[in-house]
Ligand binder design. Structure first.
Ligand SMILES: [Zn+2]
Length: 80
């Protein structure tokens, strides 16, 4: 299972974006800035929860992170 935020310099997941995101970042900086504060903090908090989750909680924590990440990508994409 690929963990988005642990990849070294990867392409930004926003469609049509040619920027590369930095290590530990979900999106490139210009797209990240388009994401609302509440979604940004959801991405960080769900990622943090996933990092600390163990056993059966880990899968649920990953799903919550994925949901927050998808919402961030959606917001960044829609404000192009
Ligand atoms: Zn981008």
């Amino acid at each position: 299972m690929a963990a988005d935020m642990t990849c070294k310099s990867s392409p930004c997941p926003v469609i049509g974006c040619k920027e590369r995101r930095k290590h530990g970042r979900l999106l490139c900086l210009s797209h990240w800035r388009r994401v609302s504060r509440s979604v940004q903090s959801a991405v960080w908090s769900t990622w943090d929860a996933f990092q600390h989750a163990t056993g059966p909680d880990r899968q649920a924590a990953l799903l919550r992170y994925r949901e927050a990440a998808n919402q961030a990508i959606e917001e960044a994409s829609s404000k192009c």
